[in-house]
Ligand binder design. Structure first.
Ligand SMILES: [Fe+2]
Length: 151
């Protein structure tokens, strides 16, 4: 029972972060759409959709375990500057991966929950790699050239 309560708590805490991240991607995607950077916006909106799908899996699992998915949502910063958006999201991703790795190691006797976390961390690793790639591109071809490919 104690283990199950711990797993519910991990799911709830992570759900709060997933929704916060999804909201941030949504805000950045919409800001960039407003300015006509449609390609970048579409990619960010795709990340938002993936995060929301993950959030649904977490909500279902919390309910299955007898918990309530009524969590306090964190507020993550929104940036107007595109390079800043990418940098901040990348730093947040790195921190999230660290936390997720610790959580996965602490989940006991619940392979379904563990699998949900493992699928989520695999998704996040892909997202982190994409953000790093964008920052590397900006460094190698310059911000103007990068942005001219995002219209
Ligand atoms: Fe993400």
């Amino acid at each position: 029972m104690k283990k199950q309560e711990n797993n519910i708590r991990h799911l709830q805490a992570t759900l709060s972060g997933i929704i916060a991240g999804a909201q941030q991607h949504y805000m950045h995607a919409t800001i960039n759409k407003h300015r006509g950077f449609n390609k970048l916006s579409d990619r960010m909106m795709h990340e938002n959709a993936k995060e929301m799908a993950e959030a649904a899996r977490f909500i279902h699992r919390i309910i299955d375990l007898g918990g309530i998915p009524d969590v306090q949502f964190e507020k993550w910063p929104v940036h107007m500057n595109i390079e800043e958006q990418l940098k901040v999201e990348y730093q947040e991703q790195l921190m999230a991966l660290q936390v997720l790795n610790k959580i996965i190691a602490s989940i006991e006797d619940d392979n379904v929950t563990k699998q949900i976390f493992q699928d989520y961390i695999a998704d996040e690793a892909g997202h982190t790699q994409w953000l790093k790639q964008q920052l590397d591109l900006i460094e190698s071809i310059g911000l103007k050239n990068y942005l001219s490919n995002q219209i």
